[in-house]
Design a protein around this ligand. Sequence first.
Ligand code: PMP
Length: 288
Amino acid sequence: MTSPVYYVDGRFVPADQATLPLGDLAIMRGYGIFDFLRTYRRVPFKLREHVLRLYSSAEQIGLAMPWSVGEVEAIVHETNDRNGYDDAAIRIVVTGGPSPDLMMPGQQPRLAVMAEPISTPPERQYAQGVGVTTTRMARILPTVKSLNYLGAILAVVEARKIGAVEAIYRTPDDHVTEGTRSNLFIFRGGKLLTPESGILPGITRQVVLEVAAREYPVVLTDLTYADLLGADEVFITSTTKEIVPVVKVDGQVVGGGRPGECTQDLMERFKAYVDRCLTGPSHRPHSL
Ligand code: PMP
């Protein structure tokens, strides 16, 4: 297979020739942000929302964004078009750029856009559900999609050792907030509950809330570890996962040990939503 084409700092290059200077603050200090979206049948899903979240991340860490929203979107489209994958995973990365003392951010951030064929979870995860663990790690600035996934990597390495696919952040006062790369939902007594704060505002989460609001009472609220263990149904959401049912938490069975009915209903509704976006009339022909 041919190498993907990436956009890096003003140029389109084969992925294996895409480089950044070592002195970039992203490499030296982890100072940078990104966003991650996917395409369905070549059409970027929720591109505007992802780009706006990128800007929000940048603003929260004081990172200059010398490009307009339209420019970033155009680069995403061009990267996507040049690669031509049916279902692509697209990463938009903004690095801190050069810094005279390798500490203070300058005004020359670097922009990169990467595209690869998307790799989605195996079908059995949707059919049978997955296990997750909880971790005492915490994200600093949880509303920022920063390049620093140090705690996430450590937590997921531990999770994999017991066959779990994701780790859920657990606070000192025993709240569960979100996964390392996903948002967390539970069903309890026919209501859908998900945390409102201390999380990355997931784009998939937003779609799920929209789709669910027509069918279920939705409550945005803090969730405790006990809420999670006692839930009728649990699921996680993300761009690559969409909706994945959770049947085990820290090795304990939750939600009867199989994907719940309401979760399965939402999985159907999510797919229908995507299909509607792909086939429905759109004022922006390129994006959903
Ligand atoms: N929380 C965190 C910490 C994440 O990294 C992600 C993945 N971007 C999510 C939630 C889910 O967000 P989205 O639905 O936009 O992929």
